[in-house]
Design a binder for this molecule. Structure first.
Ligand code: ADP
Ligand code: MG
Length: 621
């Protein structure tokens, strides 16, 4: 316990607080009214915490006081008073909470400032509110009268003008548990002591506070928990207001899911799909924004285990009447009940997204653009939901326009009768896949191919393995059975000549050459292609593995060099090796490097320049 406070003490604010105060006091931010939203939200948090303490602590001060927030304005004096019967603060807590930046919202503000530079201060103030300190946008002096919930706690007053220091001194004996905040407004901001103005602001920002809120004797919020009301009574505008209020959001969500279920658990959930993914902008890892309630009462603002990791884009509320009210944070995560909730709500979210794709393709496209990467993460990491997530995946394909995305269901729906598998090709972009040597075999047979452009996509396919019983295969693999060969122009090289040529190339290229050399009917316009003979890694994965390795020694690719027996270059090479073995060897080497280059497997393309020069020289011989 701290010792009794007997005389006024003056403390300097910590450096970070001074920075915040400096920004807040000197900002020319227009919407200064948000200070009220921040203070009411703190009062509401304090009440929420008190409600929880009453369940877990043997004794609290004034246990029977109603949990409520009251606001009074005094136009003549230019003051507003905000009272809450929440948990209050001790001397130590006043120093920690109002003298330093240890708390969530304000800290996030400082971090965002660092990332963006200070150019966009106004926008950031609007988004983060800057918590308690935003009061100094409008106040010349603030008195924070408080008494903690702890039995025997002293009454204290924290006072500051926001200029670098604050004092703490003994407070009125009549102060009950909780807080009474007296705000002395600056002359130019006296409007905030007007009854109507305050009411208007509260209705705009604080309508969904989950405790009775009165301003000058009139009740402001009568809405209650939106998620427990019936869908048909709720307007879009209310849903969006609630999103902004409850989820501290500033965007319009792409979509929402509001449902009630009785079995296997009693659940009322209201979930939002935000319109932006801050992870994409490098703002660090997203955190799930869904709070867990039991019959309206907040159990945990930041519940672990309520959703799988990949679903961290969600915001909103899950309420289950089956949760025990007194469940502690520690046991929550491991509780079988939460795991069961997780299974049920995750399934609903996935189903909802599938329906959204059918109902409103544009909205789904927007969702996919922001959060597709998290759905892919889910396929790789969440075995339980892997198959359910697969229909949400979207790709470009050889049969769709650039920029148009298709699903695996679209693909399977138009597979040819004799088609055995789902094929994909990976490359840096569409153009490099289309100009590479692999696509032609599929085109010639009228087979569609999915195009993927990120290394992660190949992991997605390798984890998925199959979709609707169709194997998913990389189109650069050796030994793919693509069915009937297409009709091709020109006579192929005779079988015995071909075998001899392959053996000769294999020998000429030696140990650093391909694992095998052969001929096949895949190629149409290209003379040769490097097929991936590594069962475990596609070229994209190999690149990622290479990047993760500490030393730079290249991971040798396992490759089969496949020749096109009808191609003039192959026929000419066969003739050349008898006429001029040295030159033929240069051509064979170049042919192999070209194939590796097209496959993205050539680690040092510069080495081939000197060979090309030699070949060019030999033209004049
Ligand atoms: P945040 O709400 O993001 O934590 P604030 O700057 O709004 O940051 O508030 C700072 C801290 O001060 C809170 O985390 C809380 O511990 C404390 N606090 C503020 N207002 C009250 C209140 N009315 N009752 C009890 N504690 C409060
Ligand atoms: Mg706050």
């Amino acid at each position: 316990m701290t010792t009794k406070t007997t005389t006024p003490e003056t403390h300097a604010f910590q450096a970070d607080v001074r920075r915040i105060l400096d920004i807040v006091v000197h900002s020319i931010y227009k919407d200064r009214e948000i200070f009220l939203r921040e203070l009411v939200s703190n009062a509401s948090d304090a009440l929420e915490k008190l409600r929880h303490l009453k369940l877990t602590e043997p004794a609290v001060n004034n246990p029977d006081a109603e949990l409520a927030i009251t606001i009074e304005t005094n136009k003549d004096a230019g003051t507003i008073v905000i009272r809450d019967s929440g948990l209050g603060m001790t001397h130590e807590e006043l120093v920690n909470n109002l003298g330093t930046v240890a708390h969530s919202g304000t800290k996030a503000f400082l971090e965002a400032m660092k990332q963006k530079g200070s150019g966009d201060t106004d926008n950031l103030i609007g988004r983060f509110g800057v918590g308690f300190f935003s009061v100094f946008m409008v106040a010349k002096k603030v008195e924070f009268h408080t008494r903690s919930w702890r039995p025997g706690a002293e009454s204290l007053v924290w006072t500051s003008d926001g200029q670098g220091a604050y004092t703490i001194e003994p407070g009125d004996a009549s102060q009950e548990r909780g807080t009474r905040l007296v705000i002395h407004l600056l002359d130019e901001h006296k409007e905030f002591a007007e009854k109507e103005r305050v009411r208007e602001i509260l209705e705009k920002h604080s309508k969904y506070v989950p405790f009775p809120l009165t301003a000058d004797g009139d009740r402001v919020n009568t809405q209650g928990a939106l998620w427990l009301r019936s869908k048909s009574e709720i307007k879009d505008e209310e849903y969006n207001d609630f999103y902004k209020f409850h989820c501290h959001a500033w965007d319009e969500p792409i979509d929402r899911l509001h449902f009630a279920a009785d079995a296997p658990l009693a659940i009322n959930a209201l979930l939002y799909f935000p319109s932006h993914n801050p992870e994409k902008l490098g703002f660090g890892r997203l955190e799930l924004g869904v709070s867990l309630h039991c019959r309206k009462i907040l159990i945990e603002a930041d519940p672990k285990g309520l959703f799988p990791d990949w679903a961290r884009f969600l915001k909103g509320v899950v309420d289950s009447a089956d949760l025990p009210l007194s469940i502690s944070r520690e046991t929550l995560q491991d509780s079988a009940l939460v795991q069961k909730l997780n299974r049920v709500v995750t399934k609903r979210v996935i189903k909802h997204l599938e329906e959204l794709a059918k109902r409103d393709a544009d909205k789904f496209k927007k969702f996919w653009g922001e959060f597709g990467i998290l759905i892919k993460e889910g396929v790789v990491t969440d075995q339980a939901n892997r198959d359910a997530l697969a229909p949400l995946l979207r790709f470009e394909s050889s049969a769709s326009e650039p920029g148009t995305l298709i699903s695996l269901d679209d693909y399977v729906g138009r597979m040819r009768d004799n088609q055995k598998a789902i094929y994909f090709l990976a490359g840096a972009d569409r153009a490099s896949i289309e100009s590479g040597p692999y696509l032609e075999a599929f085109k010639a047979r009228g087979l569609e191919v999915l195009f993927v452009y990120e290394g992660a996509d190949e992991f997605v396919f390798s984890h998925l393995g199959k979709f609707k019983d169709k194997e998913i295969l990389s189109g650069d693999r050796e030994g793919l059975d693509l069915g009937d060969a297409p009709t091709a122009d020109g006579e192929p090289l005779a079988k015995d000549r071909l075998d001899a040529l392959c053996a000769w190339i294999k020998e000429s290229l030696g140990a650093s050459g391909p694992k095998s050399v052969g001929a096949g009917d895949r190629l149409v316009g290209s003379p040769a292609a490097a097929l991936n003979a590594d069962k475990f890694a596609t070229p994209g994965m190999r690149r990622m593995l290479q990047a993760m390795r500490k030393d730079d020694s290249p991971l040798a690719p396992e490759v089969r060099l496949e020749l096109n027996p009808r191609h003039p270059l192959v026929k000419q090479l066969d003739a050349l090796r008898e006429r001029d073995a040295d030159r033929a060897k240069l051509v064979a080497e170049q042919l192999y490097d070209n194939a590796l280059l097209a496959a993205g497997l050539l680690d040092n393309p510069r080495l081939m320049v000197s060979r090309l020069n030699k070949l060019l020289e030999s033209l004049s011989k």
